[in-house]
Design a protein around this ligand. Structure first.
Ligand code: ADP
Ligand code: ZN
Ligand code: MG
Length: 472
């Protein structure tokens, strides 16, 4: 690579408040057009904004989740521009005094990406274009939906760093209950600023801003495309112009939307109708204490204290409810590895196949902890434990009772098993012959016969030893 990409992100996240940020309209996705609007959020003259403190709390949580300084003092400004989806002709945002500043997130490779600021703002509405009628219509349902914007420093140097950061942000916001972070639904939107410079250079190039990226894959493809586009320009002796470009996922390319010359002069000024936001140190403590343990802390606990592989740990934390379930189970039976194994292989498969969440399970973490203990204590075999889990998954119930009712309790009576082994050997003379002639595969078949007769309670190790012995 002759050029080094330099990347910075601006991420918008919709806050999970019940109502909008400056009025009492419901904050909910979807619904018929213009059914969640009132005089305030549709920008009628004479109305006044009323700040939703729930949005402030969530923005502060986003700050704590990303190691920002959450400021005691922040304030709102008006950003003026005219567009049909913005009925007031200005957006209320935080310009001079954002609520959070100076955070960071560590990405793959141990590098720190600095977060410049997180501020609160209101979302705009949506335009619905009817190409057939040749008209555009405005839907104001999204007007006044509370957002935070997270702005990073231009610290990224690769697609991998960007994708890791976006994944981590999404997960932390979900854990903290700030945002559901569904990129494909637009509740979290990532804009990528990207420039290139010759490798070894210290001077950043001119950047383009990429919009309309609604998945990690799209982010990767858009960055790759943009690196190539800008490289070609520089190779041909041209200069990159600062502009906003729209990414098209169907074509895998980016097209200019507007250049810097057309950029708005927003004429920011302090919003006169909203008093500054003051958070006391006690408020801060209270908000901080209401937050759950963050995923990166869990990851460290799983890998360092519990000795789980990184891949397994990542998979567990990727869903907070699943991770909560795991934590409850290991509190009761600290067999970290076995519980992780059963949950990540068997339980996760059943959940995926039935499209259920751990919250739907008809058994508790304590039941799962007990099942694993029964298996490690040799009360039931490993295979029986899997069968018991499936029964618990389908119908609920206590593992010990299920084991008893289904004959899963491991039978360690060697003489009974020996009889069965003898019976199988005499009834399958051909297979025994074939085994003795070197066909190893037949062993599995013979074991299957033993288990079929002895039942699920058969001690598999004992059966295997006996069969091996008899076949000698
Ligand atoms: P502005 O004041 O013009 O909005 P900012 O300095 O606030 O610019 O940066 C906006 C976004 O662009 C940030 O995410 C920042 O990291 C990124 N950015 C700034 N300069 C560059 C650059 N030369 N190359 C890539 N990204 C950049
Ligand atoms: Zn409203
Ligand atoms: Mg800026």
């Amino acid at each position: 690579m002759r050029y080094q990409p330099v990347i910075g992100l601006e991420i918008h996240a919709e806050l999970l408040t019940d109502s909008k940020v400056f009025c009492t309209c419901q904050n909910e996705f979807g619904g018929s057009e213009n059914t969640r609007v009132c005089p305030r959020c549709s920008g009628l003259p004479g109305t006044l904004p009323l700040l939703n403190m729930g949005a402030v709390r969530l923005a502060a949580k986003a700050g704590f989740a990303t190691d920002c300084t959450v400021n005691n003092y922040s304030a709102f400004d008006r950003k003026n521009y005219f567009y049909p989806d913005l009925p007031k002709a200005y957006q209320i945002t935080q310009f001079e005094y954002p609520i959070c500043t100076d955070g960071h997130i560590t990405v793959t490779g141990g590098k720190d990406i600095r977060i410049n600021r997180i501020h609160i703002e209101e979302d705009a509405g949506k335009l619905v274009h009817d190409d057939y009628e040749g008209i555009s219509m405005a839907d104001y349902n999204r007007c006044g939906v509370p957002l935070i914007e997270i702005v990073t420093e231009p610290d990224f140097r690769s697609v991998e760093e960007v994708q890791d950061f976006v994944e981590q942000i999404a997960l932390r916001l979900k854990y903290a209950g700030v945002c559901d972070a569904r990129m494909e639904q637009g509740s979290m939107r990532v804009d990528v600023n990207i420039s290139i410079m010759p490798v070894g250079s210290a001077e950043f190039g001119t950047r383009a801003e990429l919009k309309n990226l609604n998945s990690l894959k799209a982010i990767g493809r858009a960055i790759e495309y943009e690196i190539n586009r800008q490289s070609e320009i520089l190779d041909n002796g041209g200069t990159v112009v600062q502009e906003t470009r729209r990414y098209n996922d169907n074509h895998g390319d980016t097209k200019a939307l507007r250049s810097k010359e057309e950029a708005h002069d927003y004429r920011y000024f302090p919003e006169p109708d909203i008093p500054p936001v003051m958070l006391s140190d006690e408020d801060m403590e209270e908000i901080k204490n209401s937050m759950p343990e963050m995923p990166q802390i869990r990851f460290a606990r799983y890998t360092e204290e519990y000795g789980l592989p990184e891949e397994d740990s990542r998979l567990i934390i990727s869903n907070k409810d699943f991770s909560d379930f795991y934590d409850e189970a290991v509190k009761i039976n600290p067999d970290y590895k076995q519980i992780s194994n059963l949950m990540l292989v068997e339980l996760l498969r059943h959940l995926n196949e039935s499209e259920k969440s751990v919250l739907d399970l008809p058994f508790s973490p304590a039941d799962l902890a007990e099942l694993v203990k029964m298996s490690t204590d040799g009360v039931v075999s490993k295979n029986a434990a899997k069968d018991i889990l499936k029964i618990m998954f389908d119908n609920g119930g206590k593992p010990m009772e299920i084991a008893k009712n289904n004959g899963f309790i491991m039978d360690n009576d060697a003489s009974g098993l020996e009889e069965i082994v003898n019976q199988v050997i005499s009834e399958n003379a051909d297979s025994v012959e074939s085994y003795k002639n070197g066909n190893q595969k037949v062993f599995g078949f013979l074991m299957g016969q033993v288990v079929r007769i002895a039942g699920k309670g058969a001690n598999p190790k004992l059966a295997k030893d006996l069969l091996t012995e008899k076949l000698k």
